[in-house]
Design a protein around this ligand. Structure first.
Ligand SMILES: [Fe+2]
Length: 198
C-alpha cells in the first residue's frame, strides 16, 4: 500500500494533460447500448478508433490491445470509487472525455485497508472498490483535454451537469504486452504534455 502521508502536499501522480495530434474520431453518444441515466462500461471496436492516432502511439513504443469507454449519467451521476486493476498500482490509460463540461475524475485512498472490497467487472476483470465514506480524496481533475490518468489508484467520476459524460479510455501497453506504468508514461509522453496542468 502506498503511504500518502509522508508528504503534506499530495504529489500529482494521477493526471497530466497530453497534446495528442490526432482525435480518436468517435461519437460515443451514437451508441444505442446504454441507458442515459445509468453508468456503463463498454468495449469499443478497434475499427472505430482513428488509425492515425493508434500509429502515433505505436511510433512512441506504446501499443493498444483493447479499447473501452465509460459513461457517467448527468444530475450528480457517479462511477463509484474503484481501481481498474486487481491491486493498487501505477497502471495508466489515456482518456478523452466528451460532454458534461465541469464533470470530474477524482482520486482517493482508503481510510483503512479493511474497507477495501474486491469485485469483478461484467467482462470478468477483478478490481477493488471502497465506499466514499471510507475514502479520503487525494486529487481531482476536469478531463477537458486528452489526459494521462493513473487508474491503478482508486478513482471515481462525478457529473453534476445536465449532460451525459462519455469517456473513451485507451489502456497504454508496452510492446511485450505488459501494462505501461506512470513513471514510464512520464518518460515517453513527457515531451508531449500540455502547457496547462493542475
Ligand atoms: Fe476506472
Amino acid at each position: 500500500m502506498f503511504n500518502f502521508f509522508r508528504k503534506k502536499k499530495v504529489e500529482n501522480i494521477f493526471h497530466r494533460f497530453v497534446k495528442v495530434p490526432f482525435e480518436p474520431e468517435i461519437d460515443l453518444f451514437e451508441r444505442t447500448d446504454y441507458d442515459p441515466m445509468f453508468y456503463r462500461h463498454v468495449k469499443v471496436d478497434d475499427q472505430d478508433i482513428n488509425p492515425k492516432l493508434v500509429k502515433w502511439f505505436e511510433d512512441l513504443g506504446i501499443k493498444f490491445y483493447w479499447f473501452e469507454a465509460f459513461y457517467t449519467p448527468p444530475y450528480g451521476g457517479k462511477i463509484p470509487i474503484h481501481t481498474d486493476t486487481p491491486e493498487i498500482c501505477d497502471v495508466v490509460k489515456l482518456n478523452w472525455t466528451y460532454g458534461a463540461p465541469g464533470s470530474k475524475l477524482l482520486w482517493w485512498e482508503p481510510k483503512n485497508e479493511k474497507y477495501v472490497d474486491s469485485f469483478q467487472t461484467e467482462f470478468g476483470a477483478p478490481y477493488l472498490t471502497i465506499k466514499e465514506k471510507h475514502a479520503r480524496k487525494l486529487f481531482e481533475a476536469e478531463v477537458k483535454k486528452p489526459s494521462l490518468v493513473n487508474i491503478g489508484m482508486f478513482h471515481s467520476t462525478y457529473n453534476p451537469t445536465e449532460e451525459g459524460r462519455w469517456t473513451l479510455s485507451l489502456p497504454l501497453m508496452k510492446e511485450d504486452g505488459s501494462r505501461l506504468l506512470w513513471n514510464e508514461a512520464i518518460d515517453i509522453l513527457g515531451e508531449h504534455f500540455d502547457e496547462e496542468q493542475y
